[in-house]
Design a protein around this ligand. Structure first.
Ligand SMILES: Cc1cc2nc3c(=O)[nH]c(=O)nc-3n(C[C@H](O)[C@H](O)[C@H](O)COP(=O)(O)OP(=O)(O)OC[C@H]3O[C@@H](n4cnc5c(N)ncnc54)[C@H](O)[C@@H]3O)c2cc1C
Length: 437
């Protein structure tokens, strides 16, 4: 099957719509011959290209994206840069080593982002004071206890909160319990990736709206584009759930489509009903629960749906239908804001694997790939991209070892079994969600 630009759809629903319109930078012209190409300008590709540029200051690095920067998952997520992952269920001491490995990767990504945002002065609502986890119903309240046990066992700085403390911080009585974890940050995701894309080192050339339609193996590797081609010695694939389109990770990685909404900007009186914090974020302790933010520009942002739709964004019509679910979640939490309308809705696709593993390493000769972070790729994608640049140049580091330590991915069945299995897996995440949704 030959791909075309149409296979890389985008839409006007996303965090990018809250920013000024973006013009694509650099058009692709002629035939290029370069030592390095990174495909995908999400967090993984952006981190990888930057690190390659630092390691190979005399090489030109081409960074290609099929869409505008900010239109992939990296610009459509909920903006939680995780320092400490939540592993559901009772904590077992034998998990300690793997949990520590994952959290070292998270922390590495968080530190890289923090350093880059500050040194490049990227205006992206970055707030590095951590975020909250909330529990509203029976299952998540049980999970709250497990989470505290895990944080204690791993010596992670946190504060456990009761219903009253949650209410005074967020202006909602819905949560029976919560936890604040200091290691973590909140961000406007589209502003972050735009800032990282626009401030790449001089030897990185970012080309947007330029899908790779085919990868021809060989030495050099040839990338077929709409009207031209690029020949390269080494190729990095940072294309998340779309890797199977180019023949990578087939039957290992699929896309799950999530959706959420933003209110208009709240008035000072409305904001006063939400407690005293200027900005906050709550991740549910139930896997199907709502993710909530009060953004620095005064909007509530809420995401609470996930579904299998063949790794496609939701149409405007479906998104309108999903807004009914967003709305009920919003009004249940904030009855005092029931009059506040939603102004935007968005959907985005996350890459998930059968067993929740991540991908990092060499795929074919001179072709490297990182991706598929199962809904937690802001910090992780950054760390994986950074480490992959070092790995592709023959480097060794503790971070590379940690990234290589992910479990092997389970095999996914072919269609139509895949579609049914994917639907069941994604809908299972809402089992017992109750009030947390
Ligand atoms: C709604 C939603 C909420 C989420 N919330 C969070 C959260 O709060 N915290 C968190 O840590 N994670 C979250 N995630 C997950 C996180 O966004 C992703 O794991 C992460 O952004 C993946 O980064 P990436 O660079 O690997 O992929 P992407 O950001 O998807 O980038 C891949 C890029 O490759 C490009 N591309 C694909 N194919 C081609 C091709 N053939 N040629 C050229 N370019 C191509 C795409 O256009 C895209 O821009 C969420 C995801 C979604 C969808």
């Amino acid at each position: 099957m030959t791909l075309s630009q149409r296979d890389f759809a985008t839409d006007q629903h996303g965090w990018s719509e809250l920013l000024p319109p973006r013009q694509a930078c650099n058009a692709m012209q002629g035939i290029l011959r370069v030592p390095w190409v990174v495909v995908g300008a999400g967090l993984t590709g952006l981190a990888c290209a930057r690190r390659l540029a630092e390691l190979h200051p005399n090489d030109e690095i081409i960074l290609l994206d099929a869409r505008l920067v900010g239109q992939g998952a990296s610009g459509r997520n909920s903006g939680f840069a995780v320092g400490v992952s939540h592993f559901p269920g009772a904590f077992k001491p034998e998990q300690k080593e793997n949990v520590a490995r994952v959290n070292r990767i998270n922390q590495a990504g968080l530190d890289i982002l923090d350093q880059q945002i500050k040194s490049l002065a990227i205006n992206c609502q970055w707030d590095d004071s951590g975020f909250h986890h909330g529990a509203a119903d029976r299952k998540s309240v049980k999970e709250h206890k497990y989470f505290i046990d895990y944080l204690n066992a791993m010596d992670v700085e946190h504060s456990s909160l009761d219903q009253q403390a949650m209410k005074s911080r967020f202006g909602t009585s819905l949560y029976q319990a919560g936890v604040h974890v200091k290691r973590g940050a909140l961000v406007q995701p589209a502003a972050l990736v735009r800032g990282l894309g626009d401030n790449q080192p001089n030897n990185v050339r970012l080309i947007e709206n330029c899908p790779v339609l085919k990868v021809q193996l060989g030495n050099p590797i040839t990338l077929q584009l709409a009207d031209s081609e690029i020949k390269t010695d080494k190729l990095v694939m940072a294309i998340n759930y779309e890797a199977p389109k180019l023949g990578f990770l087939r039957r290992r990685l699929i896309g799950s489509t999530l959706s959420g909404s933003f209110t208009r900007k709240l008035t000072p009186q409305e904001l006063a009903s939400l407690g005293s914090y200027e900005t906050w974020g709550i991740i549910s302790l139930h896997g199907g629960g709502a993710t909530l933010r009060l953004t620095k520009d005064g909007r509530i942002c809420l995401r609470n749906t996930a579904e299998y739709s063949g790794a496609a964004l939701l149409s405007t019509k479906v998104l309108e239908a999903r807004q009914v679910i967003h709305r009920s979640s919003f009004e249940k939490r904030f009855p005092q804001l029931a009059h506040v309308p939603f102004e935007y809705a968005w959907s985005g696709v996350e890459g998930i694997s059968g067993n929740g593993t991540n991908f990092f390493g060499q795929q074919r000769k001179n072709i490297y790939l990182a991706g598929g972070y199962n809904g937690s790729g802001v910090s992780k994608g950054t760390a994986f991209g950074h480490a992959l640049a070092e790995y592709a140049g023959g480097g060794q580091s503790g971070l590379i070892t940690d990234c290589l330590g992910s479990e092997t991915a389970t095999w996914l069945p072919p269609r139509p079994f895949l579609d049914v299995g994917a639907m069941l897996k994604i809908s299972a995440r809402f089992r017992g969600v109750g009030l947390d949704r």
